[in-house]
Design a protein around this ligand. Structure first.
Ligand code: HEM
Length: 218
Protein backbone atom coordinates (compact mmCIF):
# COMPACT_ATOMS: atom_id res chain seq x y z
CA UNK A 1 0.00 0.00 0.00
CA UNK A 2 1.42 3.42 -0.93
CA UNK A 3 1.37 6.33 1.51
CA UNK A 4 -1.29 8.09 -0.57
CA UNK A 5 -3.48 4.94 -0.35
CA UNK A 6 -3.02 4.97 3.42
CA UNK A 7 -3.91 8.66 3.56
CA UNK A 8 -7.02 8.02 1.45
CA UNK A 9 -7.97 5.16 3.79
CA UNK A 10 -7.56 7.42 6.82
CA UNK A 11 -9.66 10.12 5.18
CA UNK A 12 -12.41 7.63 4.31
CA UNK A 13 -12.25 6.33 7.90
CA UNK A 14 -12.37 9.85 9.31
CA UNK A 15 -15.20 10.73 6.97
CA UNK A 16 -17.15 7.67 8.15
CA UNK A 17 -16.68 8.70 11.78
CA UNK A 18 -17.42 12.40 11.42
CA UNK A 19 -20.09 12.55 8.78
CA UNK A 20 -22.97 11.03 10.83
CA UNK A 21 -22.08 13.51 13.58
CA UNK A 22 -22.18 16.36 11.11
CA UNK A 23 -25.51 15.12 9.74
CA UNK A 24 -26.81 14.85 13.29
CA UNK A 25 -25.91 18.45 14.02
CA UNK A 26 -27.34 19.52 10.67
CA UNK A 27 -30.62 17.84 11.64
CA UNK A 28 -30.70 19.83 14.89
CA UNK A 29 -29.71 23.10 13.24
CA UNK A 30 -32.12 22.75 10.30
CA UNK A 31 -34.78 21.24 12.56
CA UNK A 32 -35.03 24.27 14.84
CA UNK A 33 -35.12 26.70 11.88
CA UNK A 34 -38.92 26.66 11.25
CA UNK A 35 -39.54 27.45 14.92
CA UNK A 36 -36.92 30.20 15.09
CA UNK A 37 -38.11 31.68 11.80
CA UNK A 38 -41.75 31.78 12.96
CA UNK A 39 -40.63 33.31 16.25
CA UNK A 40 -38.67 35.96 14.34
CA UNK A 41 -41.71 36.69 12.14
CA UNK A 42 -43.76 37.07 15.31
CA UNK A 43 -41.25 39.48 16.88
CA UNK A 44 -41.16 41.59 13.71
CA UNK A 45 -44.95 41.68 13.42
CA UNK A 46 -45.11 39.59 10.25
CA UNK A 47 -47.30 36.74 11.47
CA UNK A 48 -50.66 38.10 10.35
CA UNK A 49 -53.73 39.09 12.33
CA UNK A 50 -53.37 36.46 15.08
CA UNK A 51 -49.63 35.92 15.66
CA UNK A 52 -50.08 33.82 18.81
CA UNK A 53 -52.36 31.32 17.02
CA UNK A 54 -49.99 31.24 14.06
CA UNK A 55 -47.00 30.49 16.33
CA UNK A 56 -49.04 27.86 18.21
CA UNK A 57 -50.11 26.22 14.93
CA UNK A 58 -46.62 26.18 13.44
CA UNK A 59 -45.01 24.68 16.55
CA UNK A 60 -47.79 22.05 16.87
CA UNK A 61 -47.48 21.10 13.21
CA UNK A 62 -43.70 20.69 13.43
CA UNK A 63 -44.06 18.59 16.58
CA UNK A 64 -46.35 16.22 14.68
CA UNK A 65 -44.14 16.25 11.57
CA UNK A 66 -41.05 15.27 13.58
CA UNK A 67 -43.00 12.53 15.38
CA UNK A 68 -44.04 11.17 11.97
CA UNK A 69 -40.50 11.34 10.56
CA UNK A 70 -39.23 9.52 13.67
CA UNK A 71 -41.74 6.71 13.11
CA UNK A 72 -40.72 6.48 9.46
CA UNK A 73 -37.15 5.37 10.29
CA UNK A 74 -37.99 1.69 10.93
CA UNK A 75 -40.13 1.02 7.81
CA UNK A 76 -37.61 2.97 5.74
CA UNK A 77 -34.81 0.72 7.01
CA UNK A 78 -36.82 -2.44 6.53
CA UNK A 79 -38.33 -1.67 3.14
CA UNK A 80 -35.32 0.05 1.59
CA UNK A 81 -31.69 -0.07 2.63
CA UNK A 82 -31.74 3.46 3.95
CA UNK A 83 -30.67 3.31 7.59
CA UNK A 84 -31.36 6.50 9.51
CA UNK A 85 -31.48 4.78 12.89
CA UNK A 86 -28.62 6.88 14.26
CA UNK A 87 -30.60 10.06 13.58
CA UNK A 88 -33.79 8.88 15.30
CA UNK A 89 -32.81 10.41 18.64
CA UNK A 90 -32.29 13.87 17.13
CA UNK A 91 -35.61 13.68 15.26
CA UNK A 92 -37.49 12.46 18.34
CA UNK A 93 -35.96 15.17 20.52
CA UNK A 94 -36.89 17.82 17.96
CA UNK A 95 -40.50 16.55 18.12
CA UNK A 96 -40.39 16.89 21.91
CA UNK A 97 -38.89 20.41 21.81
CA UNK A 98 -41.56 21.58 19.35
CA UNK A 99 -44.34 20.02 21.45
CA UNK A 100 -42.89 21.64 24.62
CA UNK A 101 -42.68 25.09 22.96
CA UNK A 102 -46.17 24.61 21.47
CA UNK A 103 -47.43 23.96 25.01
CA UNK A 104 -45.44 26.93 26.39
CA UNK A 105 -46.99 29.20 23.73
CA UNK A 106 -50.42 27.97 24.79
CA UNK A 107 -49.62 28.50 28.52
CA UNK A 108 -47.92 31.88 28.30
CA UNK A 109 -49.08 33.69 25.16
CA UNK A 110 -52.51 32.14 24.58
CA UNK A 111 -53.72 31.69 28.17
CA UNK A 112 -51.46 34.29 29.90
CA UNK A 113 -50.68 31.69 32.60
CA UNK A 114 -54.29 31.77 33.82
CA UNK A 115 -53.94 28.47 35.69
CA UNK A 116 -57.64 27.92 36.56
CA UNK A 117 -58.60 28.49 32.88
CA UNK A 118 -55.80 26.18 31.72
CA UNK A 119 -56.88 23.48 34.19
CA UNK A 120 -60.49 23.78 33.02
CA UNK A 121 -59.34 23.60 29.38
CA UNK A 122 -57.33 20.43 30.03
CA UNK A 123 -60.25 18.78 31.80
CA UNK A 124 -63.14 19.91 29.59
CA UNK A 125 -61.86 20.27 26.05
CA UNK A 126 -61.08 16.82 24.64
CA UNK A 127 -58.50 18.07 22.13
CA UNK A 128 -56.54 19.81 24.88
CA UNK A 129 -56.80 16.71 27.11
CA UNK A 130 -55.44 14.56 24.29
CA UNK A 131 -52.66 17.06 23.49
CA UNK A 132 -51.66 17.06 27.16
CA UNK A 133 -51.68 13.26 27.16
CA UNK A 134 -49.40 13.19 24.09
CA UNK A 135 -46.95 15.67 25.62
CA UNK A 136 -46.90 13.79 28.95
CA UNK A 137 -45.96 10.58 27.10
CA UNK A 138 -43.12 12.34 25.33
CA UNK A 139 -41.48 13.48 28.60
CA UNK A 140 -40.11 10.06 29.75
CA UNK A 141 -39.02 9.37 26.19
CA UNK A 142 -37.02 12.60 26.01
CA UNK A 143 -35.54 12.00 29.48
CA UNK A 144 -34.37 8.49 28.57
CA UNK A 145 -33.08 9.28 25.09
CA UNK A 146 -29.44 9.33 26.29
CA UNK A 147 -26.92 6.46 26.07
CA UNK A 148 -26.77 5.99 29.85
CA UNK A 149 -30.55 5.34 30.01
CA UNK A 150 -30.39 2.99 27.04
CA UNK A 151 -27.71 0.96 28.88
CA UNK A 152 -29.48 1.14 32.25
CA UNK A 153 -32.95 0.19 30.98
CA UNK A 154 -31.79 -2.57 28.64
CA UNK A 155 -34.74 -4.36 27.03
CA UNK A 156 -37.20 -2.14 28.91
CA UNK A 157 -35.90 0.85 26.95
CA UNK A 158 -37.46 -0.49 23.74
CA UNK A 159 -40.71 -1.25 25.55
CA UNK A 160 -40.82 2.25 27.05
CA UNK A 161 -40.12 3.86 23.69
CA UNK A 162 -43.16 2.17 22.18
CA UNK A 163 -45.01 5.04 23.90
CA UNK A 164 -43.91 7.07 20.87
CA UNK A 165 -46.61 5.24 18.86
CA UNK A 166 -49.32 6.24 21.34
CA UNK A 167 -48.02 9.81 21.54
CA UNK A 168 -48.04 10.20 17.74
CA UNK A 169 -51.53 8.75 17.49
CA UNK A 170 -52.68 11.13 20.23
CA UNK A 171 -50.97 14.03 18.40
CA UNK A 172 -52.84 13.18 15.18
CA UNK A 173 -56.19 12.88 17.00
CA UNK A 174 -55.47 16.16 18.82
CA UNK A 175 -54.94 17.83 15.41
CA UNK A 176 -58.17 16.32 14.01
CA UNK A 177 -60.17 17.61 16.98
CA UNK A 178 -58.40 20.99 17.18
CA UNK A 179 -59.40 22.15 13.71
CA UNK A 180 -63.16 21.84 14.43
CA UNK A 181 -64.08 21.06 10.77
CA UNK A 182 -62.80 18.52 8.23
CA UNK A 183 -60.10 20.22 6.08
CA UNK A 184 -57.80 17.72 4.28
CA UNK A 185 -54.59 18.50 6.22
CA UNK A 186 -55.34 16.80 9.56
CA UNK A 187 -56.92 13.88 7.66
CA UNK A 188 -53.73 13.43 5.62
CA UNK A 189 -51.59 13.51 8.77
CA UNK A 190 -53.95 11.01 10.46
CA UNK A 191 -53.76 8.72 7.41
CA UNK A 192 -49.94 8.80 7.42
CA UNK A 193 -49.89 8.04 11.16
CA UNK A 194 -52.42 5.23 10.56
CA UNK A 195 -50.18 3.71 7.86
CA UNK A 196 -47.04 3.93 10.01
CA UNK A 197 -48.75 2.35 13.02
CA UNK A 198 -50.55 -0.21 10.82
CA UNK A 199 -47.17 -1.29 9.42
CA UNK A 200 -46.03 -2.11 12.97
CA UNK A 201 -49.12 -4.22 13.54
CA UNK A 202 -48.32 -6.45 10.56
CA UNK A 203 -47.15 -9.84 11.79
CA UNK A 204 -43.47 -10.51 11.03
CA UNK A 205 -44.50 -13.40 8.75
CA UNK A 206 -46.18 -10.79 6.52
CA UNK A 207 -43.56 -8.06 6.99
CA UNK A 208 -40.63 -10.15 5.73
CA UNK A 209 -42.12 -11.11 2.34
CA UNK A 210 -43.19 -7.47 1.92
CA UNK A 211 -39.64 -6.34 2.68
CA UNK A 212 -38.22 -8.81 0.13
CA UNK A 213 -40.65 -7.68 -2.57
CA UNK A 214 -40.14 -3.96 -1.99
CA UNK A 215 -36.36 -3.92 -1.56
CA UNK A 216 -34.49 -3.12 -4.74
CA UNK A 217 -32.56 -6.24 -5.82
CA UNK A 218 -28.79 -5.79 -5.74
C1 HEM B 1 -47.28 15.83 21.23
C2 HEM B 1 -48.01 16.87 21.60
C3 HEM B 1 -48.75 17.78 20.66
C4 HEM B 1 -48.79 17.80 19.29
C5 HEM B 1 -48.08 16.88 18.30
C6 HEM B 1 -49.68 18.89 18.92
C7 HEM B 1 -50.00 19.22 17.62
C8 HEM B 1 -50.91 20.20 17.26
C9 HEM B 1 -51.30 20.50 15.92
C10 HEM B 1 -50.78 19.77 14.67
C11 HEM B 1 -52.19 21.52 15.97
C12 HEM B 1 -52.95 22.14 14.81
C13 HEM B 1 -52.14 23.19 14.12
C14 HEM B 1 -52.99 23.87 13.06
O1 HEM B 1 -54.11 24.29 13.37
O2 HEM B 1 -52.54 23.98 11.92
C15 HEM B 1 -52.35 21.89 17.34
C16 HEM B 1 -53.16 22.92 17.77
C17 HEM B 1 -53.31 23.27 19.10
N1 HEM B 1 -52.76 22.63 20.18
FE1 HEM B 1 -51.46 21.07 20.13
N2 HEM B 1 -50.15 19.50 20.04
C18 HEM B 1 -49.60 18.85 21.13
C19 HEM B 1 -49.80 19.15 22.47
C20 HEM B 1 -50.58 20.19 22.92
C21 HEM B 1 -50.75 20.54 24.30
C22 HEM B 1 -50.06 19.84 25.48
C23 HEM B 1 -51.59 21.62 24.34
C24 HEM B 1 -52.11 22.39 25.50
C25 HEM B 1 -52.36 21.87 26.67
C26 HEM B 1 -51.96 21.94 22.97
C27 HEM B 1 -52.79 22.97 22.59
C28 HEM B 1 -53.14 23.29 21.31
C29 HEM B 1 -53.96 24.43 20.94
C30 HEM B 1 -54.59 25.43 21.89
C31 HEM B 1 -54.06 24.41 19.54
C32 HEM B 1 -54.76 25.43 18.65
C33 HEM B 1 -56.18 25.04 18.40
C34 HEM B 1 -56.88 26.19 17.70
O3 HEM B 1 -56.71 26.34 16.49
O4 HEM B 1 -57.59 26.92 18.38
N3 HEM B 1 -51.33 21.05 22.13
N4 HEM B 1 -51.57 21.08 18.11
Amino acid sequence: MTSSDAKRGEMVGAHRVTSPRVINWLIYVLGVMPGLWTFYLGLTDQLGADPVKELEHTLGLWALRFLIVTLTITPLRELTRVNWLRYRRALGLLAFYYAAFHFTTYLVLDQSLDLPAIGADILRRPYITIGMFALTLLIPLALTSNNASIRRLGRNWRKLHRLAYVATLAGAVHFLLAVKSWPPEPLIYAAIVGLLLGYRLLPHTLRRPLVRRLRPQS
